[in-house]
Ligand binder design. Sequence first.
Ligand SMILES: Nc1ncnc2c1ncn2[C@@H]1O[C@H](COP(=O)(O)OP(=O)(O)OP(=O)(O)O)[C@@H](O)[C@H]1O
Ligand SMILES: N[C@@H](CCO)C(=O)O
Length: 349
Amino acid sequence: MRQFTVKVPATSANIGPGFDVVGLSLSLHLILKVSVPPANAQAFVAPAITYSGEGADEVPLDAYKNLTTRVALYVLRCNGIRSFPSGLKLHAHNEIPFGRGLGSSGAAVIAGVILGNELGQFNLSKERLLDFALMVERHPDNVTAALIGGFVGSYLRELDEADTVAASVPLSEVLPEYPPDAGEDWGLNPPPPPSGIGHYVRFGWSEPIKAIAIIPRFELSTAKAREVLPSMYTRKDLVFNLQRLAVLTTALAQNPPDPDLIYEAMKDRIHQPYRKTLIPGLPEVTSCITPATHPGLLGICLSGAGPTILALATTNFEKIAEDARKIFRIQGIEVDWKVLTIAGGSQVE
Ligand SMILES: Nc1ncnc2c1ncn2[C@@H]1O[C@H](COP(=O)(O)OP(=O)(O)OP(=O)(O)O)[C@@H](O)[C@H]1O
Ligand SMILES: N[C@@H](CCO)C(=O)O
């Protein structure tokens, strides 16, 4: 019996101005415990999945419907293995709430890519694992930070014509709907990703900075939170964000961190103003909680596509979170909050 554990962190994307560009890995995890029996010639036994923690009441336990295992099967099939190993057992324990802006889907995708790589013993590089992940989650910020760990910036490379076509195949071909009797051998192999879709760099992070995740008790799907965004922006708004992002990537590495610099550098005009209709209380929380009113606070923004608020701070965590709670309560929204540290990247043991 071969056994291994895959551990993938939560992530907060954007950090204000870095829409679809920067991500930060956080100390909540999706953990897979995997057992693979030795190969034998008997009839194929479908994978058995058990699941605990966040999302346990809604996540599919059928390996052909579950996001993580479907991604693993995509990696296997692109690398010449047509099915899961017979008798595969997998237990997932998840600490990352679904649809809250903490990268639950990115973590599920990275867990799937790593699972496929381990099951097939392909020994793929991190860059190649990222190629597979980017065929499923097509903005790089969450998946790259979940894979690499820390405060990470990434971009999608401009591909040549053939690779652009290969990278643009519909998600329905990458993760097809498997029929209930898909079993050991079904359909055509999916198209493999082109090589080197994403490039990334890890920035420095100032050790005393912690992340307070203020998590409203409602889900907002990333797809819905992207639908409200415009397709065109003014030069003024783009320059506003570029100026702040350039400063932010270095400001968050300085020790001691400078609240005046960071608070302003975490403002955004590309996505947060449009998402306020979906997250009542968002503008009030980000404008009323400041370094002047809450010493220790460095900056505050929407986490990913929301609805979670991310506050970066060195002290005063409870006061910051409880005051955010009061503002949300006026809107009839209850929240939970957690103080998180910056996590390392994904691991296999
Ligand atoms: N561990 C998991 N196993 C299977 N499916 C998952 C898992 N985690 C998330 N998902 C799927 O991803 C969906 C949430 O993805 P979505 O992109 O909307 O939000 P998010 O990733 O939590 O937030 P954000 O992208 O803003 O950080 C869930 O509803 C579920 O379908
Ligand atoms: N950059 C993405 C992160 C959410 O997955 C967004 O804000 O839509």
